[in-house]
Design a protein around this ligand. Structure first.
Ligand SMILES: [Zn+2]
Length: 67
């Protein structure tokens, strides 16, 4: 089986996610590419989430991404 195409697109979306997270953390206005609502940071006791209003963008931040 050939997974190279799949791996490539996964890497792309990971990089996109990373740049999106950076923008949101920098306080920039970022809109969800899917539903066009505003993406905001939600913090809870044990995690930091980045979400749009419809929750189609729903990224949980880990320590690696916060560096
Ligand atoms: Zn969305």
């Amino acid at each position: 089986m050939d997974f190279s195409a799949l791996n490539k697109s996964a890497a792309n979306s990971f990089n996109q996610q990373k740049s999106l997270i950076k923008k949101v953390l920098a306080g920039k206005t970022v809109k969800c590419s899917n539903c066009k609502t505003l993406i905001s940071i939600k913090t809870s006791v044990d995690s930091v989430m980045i979400k749009c209003e419809k929750n189609c963008t729903d990224i949980k931040l880990d320590a690696e991404l916060m560096k």
